[in-house]
Design a protein. Sequence first.
Length: 77
Amino acid sequence: MAIGFVLISTAPAKEHDVFTELSNVKNIVELHPLFGEYDIIAKVEAEDFNRLGQIVVDKIRAIDGVIDTKTLTGIRF
């Protein structure tokens, strides 16, 4: 299993709309609004890193109001 933490920047005044859309994405297991450089952080779980990338590109970045993302991939010890 692959885990990613996706930092999301939204257009001004679109934070709530983006958050609502993200809450409908099946592979997002945690979602939190933020203050600072990024507006939202999403924890994503996928079968592998290729699928994780597809979710970020096809489901997260495709949401109206998402300006930019930065994905941090997690590892297990």
